[in-house]
Ligand binder design. Structure first.
Ligand code: KG4
Ligand code: ZN
Length: 344
């Protein structure tokens, strides 16, 4: 049975996993750098890269040892080759190249977004193409028609901030700490989602995209002006994000009648209110709703190893000259969204 080693280092998690083509997760490890970045209220690329260097190679050794397998027994080595913070991406990719060269194994340069996009198939064997994927993380907010391995059609993206970025910035404004998403969700649990009036950018517009920058600014203004309690601000902000995500996803579902399921992935998919709204939306459309377990939604290497296994099965391997890419859109043919700060 095909066995793939996966490496992930594109942001602030160092991760290694061994996954079989029959979906067995043989071993997996994640080291979070939250404590390193907390004093700065966000991810510092230089600190992230240094931490990956220290942690990655010992983690590979530990993962193999734990699984009781040698490099010779692995069929391919997959690593995130982008998009992400370039220092971290280079460390993971070069480590994978060295292992591939030393063990004479094929290298698979995985797009991190493809890792997220295919991750639900690791835990939901019946999930068939095409499905609609809402990918919501700290760096991305996209709706993708996942039509097959390597076949992605971007239906919507953010014209400014990603959803997770908005959660992190609002947490900073409200003094809730880092990482912001879980902190905002915890604070929101004790608040009234209708207490503070906030905008729902682009909701109701025919344009398919997302926008969160104005919402974040509105929270800043409200926090300065009204002295509203933090839980009410957090709950009202979270509700506004939920409404934006649900409205845009509904629009995409209507544009993709062939979808077999509604799927959510990325770190923000850990949010209970967001999951609840998407479940309701899927029910309304008579579709199954697939949300991978939380550990598989946030950055991890099992999704990279799995994307590697899916690619390997199709003979899609890469040369040792595969580039590390800070930007790497999943759908290079997507029409550019309006706005200055367009994300990949
Ligand atoms: O996918 P991920 O681990 O890393 C990226 O590739 O960005 O996502 C991290 C993002 C952060 O912005 C974090 O604040 C957000 O996911 N997040 C959440 C929650 N848990 C993590 N956002 C809202 N609610 C949560 N419970
Ligand atoms: Zn991610």
């Amino acid at each position: 049975m095909t066995l793939v080693l996966g490496l992930e280092s594109s942001c602030d998690e160092t991760a290694v996993a061994l996954v079989r083509a029959d979906r067995t997760i043989v071993a997996r490890h994640v080291a979070s750098q939250d404590a390193d970045h907390r004093p700065y209220g966000g991810v510092v690329p230089e600190i992230a890269a240094r931490a990956h260097v220290e942690v990655l190679s010992p983690m590979v050794a530990r993962t193999l040892e734990e699984a009781g397998v040698g490099l010779a027994e692995i069929d391919a080595i997959a690593a995130t080759a982008g998009p992400g913070l370039i220092g971290g991406v280079m460390i993971g990719l070069v480590t994978a190249k060295a292992l591939a060269l030393a063990a004479s194994k094929p290298l698979i340069a995985v797009n991190h977004l493809e890792g997220h996009a295919l991750s639900p198939r690791l835990v939901a064997p019946d999930l068939a193409f095409p499905y609609l994927l809402l990918l919501v993380s700290g760096g991305h907010c996209q709706l993708l028609a996942v039509e097959g391995v390597g076949r992605y059609r971007r239906l919507a993206t953010t014209i400014d901030d990603a959803a997770g970025e908005a959660f992190d910035k609002v947490a900073k404004i409200l003094g809730l700490g880092f990482p912001g998403g879980p902190a905002v969700e915890r604070a929101a649990a004790a608040g009234n989602p209708r207490a503070v009036k906030l905008p729902r950018p682009l909701v109701g517009s025919g344009e398919p995209h997302f926008s969160f920058a104005g919402l974040k600014t509105a929270v800043l203004r409200a926090s300065q002006a009204d002295a509203a309690p933090v839980p009410d601000l957090a709950a009202s902000f979270q509700q506004a994000v939920v409404d934006c995500l649900a409205d845009r996803t509904r629009l995409a579902l209507e544009a993709m009648p062939e979808a077999t399921a509604l799927v959510v992935a990325g770190g923000v998919a850990a949010n209970g209110a967001i999951r609840g709204a998407l479940q309701t939306l899927a029910d309304t459309h008579g579709l199954p709703f697939v949300a991978p377990p939380q550990w598989l939604c946030t950055d991890n290497a099992a999704m990279i190893a799995w994307a590697g296994a899916e690619r390997l099965a199709l003979g899609l391997t890469d040369g040792l000259d595969a580039p590390a890419r800070a930007r790497w859109p999943l759908d290079p043919d997507a029409a550019p969204a309006r706005g200055a700060g367009v994300k990949a």
